[in-house]
Ligand binder design. Structure first.
Ligand code: HEC
Length: 154
């Protein structure tokens, strides 16, 4: 408290410093919260985009169904670890022909890698990577997949 006239000047400084510290704390907390909610929003919209665009064939856990889409978790890690495998993930018709933007598709593929294949160390797909490879069509998807698996799983 400000008791005497002399200490008033000091109090003024203390008050100012305290307010600055509080301000810094408030700003850092706000930035942290903004980042945290940003990350959450991103992974949430990827989850929703997967549900709307991919889940029908791939099922909620990515394991597909007999006679339908293959189990993505089976060779997922191997695909994600290799450059041709990553390109394949971008170029399969379900990915490349979806109505998702390049950034949204990158986020969905990252969601698949992280949540369904459960490979947290996977290199993140980026918007530019998707943009670079998405336009190249795979001529025979099933054959390409089988060939890739033979090469990757030795
Ligand atoms: C109409 C059904 C269908 C939809 C919808 C679909 N896929 Fe697929 N997906 C397949 C099939 C079938 C394969 C196997 C390759 C092929 O024959 O096209 C496949 C293969 C894949 C693979 C390779 C996995 C592996 O193990 O070979 C990835 C990755 C993939 N799809 C991602 C997606 C994403 C992302 C979406 C949504 C944006 C999506 N797919 C939507 C049917 C579908």
């Amino acid at each position: 408290m400000c008791c005497s006239k002399e200490s008033c000047a000091i109090f003024g400084w203390h008050f100012l410093i305290r307010m600055v510290k509080r301000g810094v704390l408030l700003v850092t907390t706000t930035i942290f919260l903004m980042q945290a909610t940003g990350v959450l929003a991103q992974s949430n919209s990827a989850r929703i985009n997967y549900l709307l665009n991919c889940q029908g064939c791939h099922s909620a856990d990515g394991k597909g169904s007999a006679g339908g889409a293959p189990d993505m978790t089976l060779y997922g890690k191997e695909f994600l670890q290799s450059a041709p495998g990553r390109r394949f993930f971008i170029q399969v018709p379900g990915s490349s022909n979806s109505s998702l933007s390049n950034l949204e598709l990158a986020d969905v593929l990252n969601f698949i890698a992280r949540e369904l294949i459960q490979y947290n160390e996977a290199i993140q797909f980026t918007e530019s990577e998707v943009e670079q490879y998405r336009g190249t069509k795979i001529s025979n998807v099933v054959e390409t997949r089988n060939q890739l698996i033979l090469e990757l799983v030795r």
